[in-house]
Design a protein around this ligand. Structure first.
Ligand code: ACO
Length: 318
């Protein structure tokens, strides 16, 4: 018994914030942002949109492609760092928006690795024969946790959502998944604020040692890719498409180089989306599926890395 992705969908909010727009509000410039990160623009959610709204739009498209109705979904997992509220979970709110009830619904919090964590979790439930159709979503509104006066972080992030329908299948599908974490890095990348007695205590914005994150991301994205490839008795050259977390084009290029993969085999969306955290991998996947790059039988390697630190990979036969 395997699980297989039978539908993908994504959603980006209408508003686009370009590097030139940011030049008007912080001491930065388009050339610096492009050369250090590869980012030219990012989408920003409207003030009345929440992570579950973005998730709902992406999910509808995934359900359409999968040609199944929402009431055939029997498991919902949403990966998000920017939930609608402290509770209930964004997954429960999404379930209500989809007009269904009864099936389990919960959030996964693994920051930028969230989608890979959620996909691996859904895969385990399906392989165990417990559920038939899982809706797995990454949805983020990072514009809510970015300090727009901090040029070292505000240029990096964007909002969006991506979703997949994962279904029981006799053919793979997901060949293997590999998850890791190292909590000793928790202070390197965090939003340390918390609500206490009705008041926010500590910094409620992204706090990051950019250089440490950069080096760690390149190291573990290469390591976990090798782990997934070796477990399936493949070579890096067998990978048709690498879809890494979209944080920075230089991180992506360095990872591809370490794996000996040409950039032609790497899906990148960071230029237009910025870093959408848990949404970045399913967003990039949906784009490459819909534009016809990803074809049946190809090997697709999804990878995430993020705060925690957390990191992981899922190797798929499409
Ligand atoms: N515009 C102009 N100048 C800037 C900006 C900006 N937006 N931000 C920083 N600078 C300045 C700095 O102040 C510094 O100036 P100084 O030399 O006078 O002190 C100079 O540019 C160089 O700064 P560095 O931090 O050394 O620049 P670096 O080349 O390391 O790039 C960056 C910084 C882009 C953040 C990089 O370290 C990076 O991408 N790290 C990974 C972080 C990341 O992706 N985080 C996302 C979350 S985690 C994840 O998704 C995996």
């Amino acid at each position: 018994m395997y699980s297989r992705i039978i539908g993908t969908g994504s959603y980006l909010p209408e508003k686009i914030l370009t590097n030139h727009d940011l030049e008007q509000t912080v001491d930065t410039n388009d050339e610096w942002i492009r050369s250090r990160t590869g980012i030219t623009q990012r989408h920003i959610a409207a003030s009345d949109q929440s992570a579950s709204d973005l998730a709902f739009n992406a999910s509808q498209k995934a359900l359409e492609m999968a040609k199944i109705n929402a009431d055939e979904i029997d498991l919902i997992i949403v990966a998000t760092t920017t939930p609608d509220m402290l509770f209930p979970s964004t997954a429960c709110i999404l379930q209500e928006k989809l007009g269904i009830s009864g099936c389990p619904a919960f959030d996964v919090q693994a920051v930028c690795s969230g989608f890979v964590y959620a996909l691996a979790t859904a895969d385990m439930f399906i392989r165990a024969g417990k559920y038939r159709n899982a809706l797995v979503v990454g949805s983020e509104i990072y514009s809510n946790i970015v300090d727009w006066s901090d040029r070292t972080t505000c240029v990096l992030f964007g909002d969006g959502a991506g979703a997949v329908v994962l279904s029981q299948s006799e053919q793979p599908g997901i060949l293997s998944s590999h998850l890791h974490a190292n909590g000793s890095y928790s202070k390197v990348l965090s939003v340390p604020g918390k609500i206490c007695d009705g008041v926010i205590q500590g910094n409620p914005y992204i706090n990051m040692e950019g250089n440490t994150v950069f080096k760690f991301a390149v190291k573990v994205l290469a390591e976990v890719a090798h782990e997934a490839i070796a477990e399936n008795n493949l070579q890096p050259s067998d990978i048709d498409w690498l879809i890494p977390h979209q944080a920075n084009i230089r991180i992506i290029r360095s990872t591809a180089k370490k794996l000996g993969l040409p950039m032609e085999k790497v899906v990148t969306t960071v230029e237009k989306h910025g870093n959408t955290s848990a949404a970045s991998v399913p967003l990039a996947l949906d784009i490459a599926v819909r534009d016809g790059r990803i074809k049946p039988d190809q090997y697709v390697l999804l990878e995430g890395v993020g705060g925690g630190f957390t990191w992981g990979a899922a190797l798929l036969r499409w």
